[in-house]
Design a protein around this ligand. Structure first.
Ligand code: 13P
Ligand code: ZN
Length: 269
């Protein structure tokens, strides 16, 4: 079977990273059935031969108009596809799409006609916003981390920055490696444009947003880095729960310890 990854090592590496992360999501129990999705802006790896590839699909609407995505290419997990299958066979469970010149529609170009994730409006809206801002971020991850989702079932943790400060205070690495913390997005219907709009707004201030009673949405330079941010946050949630299960409220790092860490690691306030 011909694949666009053949003789394109840089593109193959990016898709390989997606597959590796998909495997981790499954191993962590964050990816039941088809849960979660990944998109990566791969435009920089697209050569003339790829640009000339004919569409495999009919023209499909995105559901919104995204002016900065004209001529961009994305690798996307397929809708209803399992992360555990994406891990082993990325080009059978994901596809590459081309955004058309109207900035409101796309076609699938490779390797197979795999329909992109139902969360495409959120993912593409975020990529559009990142390009508009001149951000180096190229990857978006939506996943269902059990303990972080559990926290969003309590009003207490939906207050601005309450979850961020609690999670940061569990172990120094969390603020060091997720320095912008977590934004909170009140419940919206999965795959809706309203959810997409709320996600963009939150990601101006945070790299990770928690979708109430649903999951998290994380962005970073590449997919491994986006995964790492969610992983350190969920580790903190697990430490919190472990302490509670031992029968006490964890003390958390003190304000002074947090201040010292912020200065030493040159972290944002
Ligand atoms: P997809 O299978 O369409 O990617 O949806 C999974 C999901 O987590 C929706 O929020
Ligand atoms: Zn989801």
């Amino acid at each position: 079977m011909n694949s666009i990854l053949t003789n394109r090592p840089a593109l193959a590496y990016q898709v390989g990273q997606v597959a590796e992360v998909a495997g981790y999501l499954w191993q962590k129990g964050w990816a039941e059935r088809n849960g979660g999705n990944i998109t990566v802006n791969i435009t920089e790896y697209v050569d003339d031969a790829l640009r000339a590839l004919p569409a495999l699909s009919e023209i499909k609407p995105i559901g919104t108009t995204l002016p900065h995505l004209k001529g961009c290419y994305f690798f996307c997990k397929g809708t209803n596809r399992r992360m555990r299958d994406l891990a082993r066979w990325p080009m059978d469970n994901g596809s590459v799409i081309r955004i058309l010149d109207d900035c409101a529609s796309y076609v699938i170009i490779a390797d197979k006609e795999v329909q992109p994730t139902s969360e495409l409006p959120s993912h593409l809206s975020v990529h559009n916003h990142l390009i508009a801002k001149g951000s180096p971020y190229k990857a978006s991850l939506h996943t269902h981390p059990i303990e972080l989702i559990a926290m969003t079932h309590s009003k207490k943790y939906l207050e601005k920055d309450v979850a961020t400060n609690l999670l940061w205070s569990m172990i120094p690495e969390t603020k060091a490696f997720c320095p912008r913390g977590v934004g909170i997005i009140p419940y919206e219907l999965p795959s809706s444009v309203k959810l997409a709009d709320a996600t963009i707004a939150a990601l101006d201030d945070y790299d990770v947003a928690m979708w109430e009673k649903h999951g998290v949405f994380a962005i970073d330079t590449d997919i491994m880095a986006a995964f790492d941010q969610v992983d350190v946050l969920n580790k903190s949630a697990l430490i919190y729960i472990a302490a509670k299960n031992m029968g006490f409220e964890p003390d958390g790092m003190t304000r002074e310890q947090m201040r010292e860490l912020t200065v030493a690691f040159h972290l944002p306030k």
